[in-house]
Design a protein around this ligand. Sequence first.
Ligand SMILES: *[C@@H]1O[C@H](CO)[C@@H](O)[C@H](O)[C@H]1NC(C)=O
Ligand SMILES: *[C@@H]1O[C@H](CO)[C@@H](O)[C@H](O)[C@H]1NC(C)=O
Ligand SMILES: *[C@@H]1O[C@H](CO)[C@@H](O)[C@H](O)[C@H]1NC(C)=O
Ligand SMILES: *[C@@H]1O[C@H](CO)[C@@H](O)[C@H](O)[C@H]1NC(C)=O
Ligand SMILES: [Ca+2]
Length: 475
Amino acid sequence: MYLFLVLNFHTLWMTLSTAMQHGHYDVCKMQTMSDDGLIWEYMACQPESVDMTQYLKVKIEPPNSTCGDPPEPFCAMGNPYMCNNECDASTRELAHPPELMFDFEGRNPSTFWQSITWKHYPSPLQINITLSWNKTIELTNNIAITFESGRPEKMILEKSLDYGRTWQPYQFYAADCLDAFRMEPKSVKDLSHNTVLDIICTEEYSTGYAAHAKTISFEIKDRFAIFAGPRLHNMASLYSQLDTTKNLRDFFTVTDLRIRLLKPATGATFVDERNLGRYFYAISDVKIHGRCKCNLHANTCNFINTRLSCECEHNTTGQDCERCKKNFQGQAWSPGSYLTIPKGTANICVASIPSTVQDKKKKQPITAVFPKLAHSTVPPAQVSSHKRGRRSSIHTVPRSHCVLNHHTVLTDFISSIYNLYHFLFLLPKTYITLINRAVCIIVKMSNHLHLDHETTRRYFDGNGEVSKVLKSLHI
Ligand SMILES: *[C@@H]1O[C@H](CO)[C@@H](O)[C@H](O)[C@H]1NC(C)=O
Ligand SMILES: *[C@@H]1O[C@H](CO)[C@@H](O)[C@H](O)[C@H]1NC(C)=O
Ligand SMILES: *[C@@H]1O[C@H](CO)[C@@H](O)[C@H](O)[C@H]1NC(C)=O
Ligand SMILES: *[C@@H]1O[C@H](CO)[C@@H](O)[C@H](O)[C@H]1NC(C)=O
Ligand SMILES: [Ca+2]
């Protein structure tokens, strides 16, 4: 019995950490027990958030603004009077092509894209860097652009929602917002519920502000935090806002981004005309995290033949699962909904002629239901032998009798427990009640002691004894 409980804690912790890592809504469907036997239950689902720079196409405009063709000398940023550096596109060691903005940046020195120098001063050195996915994506973390050359004095980040046909500003960046854009300088920290969609000009990332800082950021997380709290602990609140406010959802949705570099760092109020080789742009890294927008009808996004596409469930289809499959148009298509938390509503497409569904119905193996826990599922054979024995519906199992004041922890646990149901319904009800109670105790204790999840996990699996036992049992 003891080992049994421990085993379940272990599974629970694994589920919990999976839930933490990937957020909610990572499962599109699940097989559950009801009075009519095993039935499919459908949930709103979305792909996990990933590094989106691996999937983009980059375009530099005007096209001849990457340095090195013809080879060109430039000055070191640290010492503008050391101008014997050379950019040469035809030599690998001296070339600075756009790809170097997206390569792995762990090396020393960093690799970067570099522009031509400002040799045509006073005509402005303006360059567009356009990043295209040819797919709607939802941004999930701050965009961070690292400049090796000093941060530009004037820059606009723009977005497109229609594959580059129209553009809207996302944020303005300047050393002097009033002078550059006739806008009052603001910080994302000034924004509130009512102004979260405002397009602001910020001076926080400009040359003068912090001399050695290299990064310009577009603050997605600070905007999320307006709804979800400073440490994003209340994602439920964010999700329900996203669900009910289309403008808010669209705000974080893009098909393309454009970095408009309008004036390079000068590090002074005047431009040194005798030494224009010291002015240029150089970007070593661009970080963009997001997920494919699949209208909550897919948890997987594929990259096939340089094209991103949702792997649609719920009998939807299209690149964004934006319509119902043929023969499943019995009802108008609608996106899934984050509500009600934690599983959302799938809003599946229904068959145009109900009888065709019955004819085509296939039995799917239960292990396919929940790929992320496949290693802990019980073999299908065992499921079928148990399912006749258990009469009561899975939903009749009491969720959890502990009352927690920390709403989000509760939400996380309820969803973990949900995720475990396909596993738990093999067990007698008393065990489930016991497990629920034990979970409550752990939650309460870790809450009370302000432990993070890693610490709690270690606390309950001390020096890894449980893991060793599990290993010896080949689980
Ligand atoms: C950069 O893009 C903007 C629109 O987003 C356009 O108006 C401008 O002409 C472009 N500049 C260059 C140098 O291509
Ligand atoms: C780049 O090419 C355009 C024409 O395509 C030309 O007008 C411009 O002067 C060129 N810029 C540089 C820096 O060579
Ligand atoms: C973008 O995707 C569509 C299909 O959704 C495809 O037809 C088109 O060729 C793609 N465009 C580019 C520039 O890759
Ligand atoms: C979708 O259609 C298939 C048959 O093509 C069916 O097996 C399945 O149950 C349907 N429903 C959902 C929500 O996937
Ligand atoms: Ca790089």
